[in-house]
Design a protein around this ligand. Structure first.
Ligand code: SAM
Length: 302
């Protein structure tokens, strides 16, 4: 470990990507505070959010906004200042900039312009959840947020299942998820990977109500569904395994909606609409989601 011998040595010019706490202000690093104090400007995802952090640590460095909608244009302005020998920090609202947050585009443009890019590491929700999850952490796949739309989300999960099947290797998958979508996502995970899928839900990491839920996807869904309110920031991890049977994907080991509809029509003598209603109830999904899946299966068979 090397400790800078001269704390007051001038700060080298360049773009500093600085991690900020994901809940507990004590997780800011000494180096992050030092650099935040000494840069010319701090490019923030949300200047109001960062100002709270800066006020807490009595840092008076000027801020400028740099978010998803202006990152490209803002980068052009900041690069000019950096090329003139400036020192600029980039922070997101929480955690590492560039990880499901703005920052990576600016870093890429700075590198292309020959400017030094310096990481100042610190808090990150995905890695904090992973190391405490108890799931294998030697190889993992960080996905971030799944698509919001039900069909696209389901398709993305099927792609991941197919990839794991293709590589024939188990993998820990790490997702960021919002509380209002967590039940739907768990439901989709259950239908793609099966009810025995091992899941860890890391909630409110580093905060007072930090919580880890560990169990099968079916258990965790029941636990959350029984709560009055589902809230807090969440990181979801699953240990996805290839299917044993040699089927083309792990989702294929579970009965397809179309097969299930056909079976119910024959066995229970009901029409397709009623069969979809029953399947939706069994899977804990909406009728429209199950219908969309049926349409996707039919399209794949064409
Ligand atoms: N850049 C951040 C990082 O390095 O972790 C992630 C930013 S992303 C926009 C925010 C998402 O990260 C949240 O919706 C949640 O899924 C996850 N997250 C952030 N803070 C968390 C916390 N304290 N506990 C659990 N998950 C958290």
């Amino acid at each position: 470990m090397s400790i800078p011998a001269e704390p007051e040595a001038p700060l080298a010019p360049g773009l500093y990507l600085i991690a900020t706490p994901i809940g507990n202000l004590g997780d800011i690093t000494l180096r992050a505070l030092d650099v935040l104090r000494r840069v010319d400007r701090i490019a923030c995802e949300d200047t109001r959010q960062t100002q709270k952090l800066l006020n807490h640590f009595e840092i008076t460095t000027p801020t400028v906004s740099c978010h998803q909608h202006n990152e490209h244009q803002r980068a052009t302005e900041l690069i000019v200042a950096l090329q003139a020998g400036g020192r600029i920090a980039v922070v997101s609202d929480a955690g590492m900039p560039g990880i499901s947050d703005p920052g990576s585009q600016l870093a890429a443009q700075a590198i292309a312009a020959g400017v030094a890019v310096i990481p100042i590491p610190g808090a990150n929700a995905a890695l904090s959840a992973l190391v405490a999850s108890g799931l294998p952490a030697d190889e993992f796949h960080f996905i971030g947020f799944l698509p919001e739309k039900a069909g696209a989300r389901r398709t993305r999960l099927e792609e991941l299942a197919a990839e794991i099947q293709h590589n024939n290797a188990a993998r820990t998958l790490v997702f960021y998820e919002a509380p209002h979508r967590i039940l739907e996502t768990l439901s989709d995970l259950e239908s793609v990977f099966g009810p025995a899928l091992r899941v860890v839900l890391a909630r409110e990491l580093t905060k007072i109500h930090e919580e880890f839920l560990r169990g099968t996807v079916a258990d965790i869904r029941c636990d959350l569904a029984a709560r009055d309110r589902i809230r807090g920031e969440m990181t979801l991890l699953v240990h996805a395994q290839p299917a044993q049977s040699g089927a083309e994907s792990s989702s294929a080991t579970h009965e397809r909606i179309s097969d299930r509809v056909a079976r119910l029509q024959t066995e229970a003598g009901i029409d397709e609409k009623e069969a979809l209603k029953r399947i939706a109830r069994d899977l804990g999904q909406s009728k429209s989601e199950v219908y969309r899946e049926l349409q996707r299966e039919r399209a794949r068979r064409r």
